[in-house]
Ligand binder design. Sequence first.
Ligand code: FES
Length: 129
Amino acid sequence: MHVYSDKVIQHFKEPKNVGTIEDANGVGEIGDPSCGDFLRVFIKVEKDIVADVKYQIRGCPASIACASVMTELIIGKDLDDAMMLTEDDIIAALDGLPEFKIHCSALGAAGLQKAIIDYFEKYVHRKKA
Ligand code: FES
């Protein structure tokens, strides 16, 4: 019996949207001090829509699956919806995570939020200033 759902295993074996975005307009980095895992998220925003998301990760299988499914949930969404993505949304999209791996979903959600905040700081606040 697998500890992980089929979806977690699929996303871990073939992670979606791995890589960088050359002309990203938001980048977020987050690490988990308890395990040393690390995620860097790149977003490309066009007309308030998240047109593309990619990431680099050094992490456990669950964190890789979470980052991968996060990109699938977010591409094509507007910034407000993207900002609202929670760890629970990520876990639900993976058909659940074992209790001891719940914390791994935090990297995907927090990395995305940091990338969106970076975009706002670089482009939206500057326009208003
Ligand atoms: Fe570190 Fe999964 S054990 S994020």
